[in-house]
Ligand binder design. Sequence first.
Ligand SMILES: Cc1ncc(COP(=O)(O)O)c(C=O)c1O
Length: 390
Amino acid sequence: MSEWRRDVRAYDEALDQLGEANSRRLIPTPALVCDLSMLQSNIDRMADGARDAGVALRPHVKSHKSAYIAKRQLEAGAVGLSFAKLGEAEVIVEKLRTDEDHSALSVLLTSPIVGRHAAERAAALAARCDLLVAIDHCDGVDELEAAALAADTTVCVLCDVDVGLGRTGVSGPREALAVAERVNVATHLQFRGVQGYGGHLQHIAGREHRRQATIASTKRLGLVIDALESAGFNVPIRSGGGTGTMGLDVEIGVLSELQTGSYVFMDREYRDALGEDPEGRFAQSLTLITTVISANHEGYVTVDAGLKAMATDAGVPLVVGHERTATYAFFGDEQGMVTCAPDHPFRRGERLELVPPHCDPTVDRYDVIWLVHDDVVVDVIDVTARGRSQ
Ligand SMILES: Cc1ncc(COP(=O)(O)O)c(C=O)c1O
């Protein structure tokens, strides 16, 4: 725990009251709060869903960046973890290894890495876990092979396939075959399959629309798998899927594993898109507590959560318990405006809870998440990989 936090008396007071009734009211704001029962039921629901469907689950850590939550996901049956960045994987693997022996932890890096330094870090990481790296270019294969050779280690490779998002991935079978063939001649790499993540599909509202788009995207992955298998490659791992498409991915049946992330928290953007769809049946476990710092105007108050308190790419948060009567608007870097109904004015010092619009980049703004059960703070956990974007 960092020094400054020990100096903050409000923080200490809240920590002193861990497990005590009503300790939730002591959390210094703005702060992220997660309902532990909802979190666990989300983790279990996804794990059970994957198990029942016969697909593996490799949850994406980018959503929570927490070793504590990752550990719970593994305990619920995840086959391994997905990470966007080397830095995230390095710190979480280290934390899990020191907690107990997770030396055989299977780790997938879902975003391609570039250059000698990154390849060397990947090779070093491969000594501490079973590492899979998604690669979308032959040069990436060469860089990783050189680093793995120098470190005398083996790194496994998935070919990252662009299934329509256009962000990363090879564009089709020809390019995928080139990557797989290059891996095949490398002495310290092993080809293990493909990754196809349809980020553009996840928030399509209306399950039928989302289904049609997911079918079309998965066809692109299927063409690559067919080409690889026809050329004699084994493609045991077919990783992909997100919270918005998980049920559809399972129905379509091409993926062998899901790399869902947001389901642990279920932010406002996802709730709006998924509604009552099966994919939407996860609880909104994460909220942001904020305090009214000024109430000198009729019709609205000013709270201590502004642009710096949450990601702003997905609109505004909802005010929990006042969804129909109160609205939030950004009111500067450090403040927000919350309108209130004339018959229910908020008071100075009152605490409100917001559902973050987009959980992943919001979580990355906080050192800790407070775990609560109703009004009781039960634990405080580190956002272990906070800021680890390199
Ligand atoms: C490559 C990749 N896989 C999986 C996920 C998890 O998706 P979701 O948060 O929609 O469950 C993401 C999220 O951005 C991602 O980028």
